[in-house]
Write a protein that binds this ligand. Structure first.
Ligand code: 6PG
Length: 232
């Protein structure tokens, strides 16, 4: 059963989720979490850096990525760069706890290398790595991670990571696949902004063509929404 929480705006969503994360960090000796890029994580990272840099034992937090654009780590499009600038540069986390997807490498090779790294370092459940927490966003086309509607089969891939292709720009991205997302101990969608509302309503109410949206195939998630995205 999904859990839905609605907040005033993007910032309130990020603040509430930051508080949730901090409780998880405090309760767990080692937290292995996979993060996404996008607009709400950016605010979340700013809040964590500003308000929790000194109060968290960051040595127990291990950061992986759900997806990465196939660009070098200094590129403006890089999810790693965004996370580094907003969060990692401001907290005392050992860099050995940070496992970035190397977007500058050949994408298929990098998907294999990263899958191997994840399977070697994240404890598994039935043979599939089980992250303590996976943080997802959703695009206005219903994509999640970098699994777009035209590649919905990546939800059922036998590989832990694959190469997704952005439908408009053609940009290649290394992405976590469905089995890894769905094996996580907790799955959280952070979705904000009115542009997401039409698709979100279909997904939450199982209406019309909702099954064509990759985000609809993630069972038992926590949805952290702002009023605009919820649309009511
Ligand atoms: C990325 C993502 C992607 C994102 C959604 C929502 O690298 O872009 O990981 O899946 O979560 O596109 O992004 P916004 O929050 O910016 O709308």
């Amino acid at each position: 059963m999904d859990t839905i929480q609605i907040y005033e705006d993007n910032r309130a969503v990020a603040a509430a989720f930051a508080a949730h994360l901090v409780k998880l960090f405090e309760a767990t000796e080692k937290t292995r979490m996979a993060v996404s890029g996008g607009s709400t994580p950016k605010v979340l990272f700013e809040i964590l850096a500003k308000e929790y840099a000194d109060t968290i034992d960051w040595s127990g937090v291990y950061i992986y990525w759900v997806d990465e654009r196939c660009v070098p780590p200094y590129d403006e499009q890089s999810n790693y760069r965004m996370t580094r600038e907003k969060l990692l540069d401001h907290i005392p986390i050992p860099m050995t706890n940070v496992f970035r997807i190397e977007g500058e490498r050949q994408p298929e090779e990098e998907a294999k290398r990263y899958a191997q790294l994840v399977s070697e370092t994240v404890p598994n459940d039935g043979g599939i790595p089980a992250f303590d927490l996976v943080l997802l966003g959703m695009g206005s086309d219903g994509h999640t991670a970098s699994i777009f509607p035209h590649q919905i089969e990546l939800l059922r891939s036998e590989n832990l990571y694959e190469v997704g292709i952005h439908p408009e720009s053609g940009q290649r991205r290394v992405t976590m696949t469905g089995p890894v997302i769905n094996t996580a101990k907790s799955i959280h969608f952070l979705v904000t902004g009115a542009g997401k509302s039409p698709v979100l309503q279909k997904i939450l109410n199982s209406q019309d063509n909702y099954q064509s949206f990759p985000a609809a195939h993630v069972p038992t998630a926590y949805w952290w929404l702002d009023k605009a995205a919820f649309g009511k």
